[in-house]
Design a protein around this ligand. Sequence first.
Ligand code: T4K
Length: 369
Amino acid sequence: MDRPIPVTQPLLPPLEEFIPYLSEIWKSKWLTNAGEFHQRLERELAVYLGIERLSLFVNGTIALVTALQTLRISGEVITTPYSFVATAHSLLWNNICPVFVDIDPLSFNIDPETIESAITPRTTAIMPVHCYGNPCNVERIQIIADTYGLRVIYDAAHAFGVQYKGESLLRHGDLSVLSFHATKVFNTFEGGAIVCPDVKTKQRIDFLKNFGFADEITVVAPGINGKMNEVQAAFGLLQLRYVDESIRARRRVDQNYRTGLSGTDGILLCEPPADATQNYSYFPILVNEFYPFSRDTLYQRLKNNGILARRYFYPLISDMPMYRGLPSASPDKLPAAKRISQQILCLPIYPDLSNSDQERIIDLIKEGR
Ligand code: T4K
């Protein structure tokens, strides 16, 4: 069998274009701690994303943990069970109790109508996820947050470059957190960022990611080491020159799937979000009862043919051992999330996915009809 087709593959610009960046690092001997490339990437990403400022991180998870520290979030935080585990883990690492609420089965995002009844005197914030880059109902969430005096931290790990109603989706909420992991549309091998609204907040975040140092001898908080290093930042600068081309190539893959799979009984394609651009980071389909096999049989069938589709996100976070004892984790309170997690399958999508490989994937799925 040929090489397996993974669910994604990182965008890697030509190697020879990266060498000059490495030469500069070798020359300067400046490897980390807010170096030149780090500062440049912060500036260039802010311009690219259409935001005022961001603070780079070593990965998205540490950025989530730090975002919660930044706003001194405590007690309970309302969040979604339908995400990558890092969302809820960032709460546990801050000694915060996650309170899971159900999702909207069309957007896969937190259903705002479930939030109010989950608020208690201990609630301090809401942590929604823009799942697959689909914008959350940011207006409704903000109204609830304002009414109850809650903070909003968006896990925007999937939302690189997404524009909502003509401006960056990352402008919503108190903070938004990005991931630049190898599997993301824009990567720095590992990496992440917190998008921050004002200079003071960025300064606090910059202290927190550097052990809490405000200057050489002053430590203002029990910070962590969350710094992005110069090799990561240099790679990000190079990668930024290719990211638009890469998103265009992903769009082609998305359109091929839409054409090839439309009308297949039992396979539901997800509607592109209204009022928003897409980055095509994932291609989720739902395998429902009208398909001849279960989602897991289709997953295995594809795998047997070297196609490594993934069940993002199954199992639900609320079904994992460290969360399932929580009252809010009870499956009967999360019916939409439960159903979607049992039907979801994310198909391979990345710039280099060839038309012939994609045809093979489409044919295999259609053969099941
Ligand atoms: N919040 C959300 C909503 C997230 O989705 C994530 C991460 C985070 C927070 C946390 O951000 P980070 O701390 O990661 O920055 C992957 C990623 O590791 C993870 O970053 C991502 N979400 C999650 C959805 O997917 P796995 O365990 O599925 O990755 P893995 O290693 O199986 O990789 C998937 C495929 O990608 C491989 O089959 C092949 C390809 N691949 C992967 C890597 C690492 C490559 O071609 N090259 C590579 O270097 O979690």
